[in-house]
Design a protein around this ligand. Structure first.
Ligand SMILES: [Cu+2]
Length: 111
């Protein structure tokens, strides 16, 4: 019954790997982003966030003023993400999303 035992070992290894993959699941940070008013703004925020070391990708939606940042490493600081948004220009601001609020202000001036 050697093959059964090998089969079980393979099965155990597969389960172990699945467990590790789930445990090491990519971390996401949701940001409230202020200052975006069109696709162009959205693209700038996205590329700026994706330049931060440790960021895998950023899903940005200018209309709702939100960004979901997926991290490669868990140790990326929220502050670095916020800085990346602010570095685009004075009009831009970001904070870690707490709730739906204050998206609607700040839509007066545009580039
Ligand atoms: Cu714009």
């Amino acid at each position: 019954m050697k093959s059964t035992r090998i089969g079980l070992a393979v099965l155990a290894a597969v389960f172990f790997m699945i467990g590790a993959a789930v445990a090491g699941d990519a971390k996401q940070v949701k940001l409230d982003v202020k200052g975006m008013m069109c696709d162009h703004c959205q693209g700038k925020v996205k590329s700026s966030l994706e330049k931060v070391a440790g960021v895998k990708n950023a899903d940005v939606d200018w209309n709702s003023g939100s960004a979901v940042v997926t991290l490669d490493k868990a140790d990326v600081k929220d502050e670095d993400l916020i800085k990346a948004v602010k570095s685009i220009g004075n009009r831009y601001d970001a904070k870690v999303a707490s709730d739906e609020k204050e998206h609607k202000e700040n839509k007066a001036k545009h580039h």
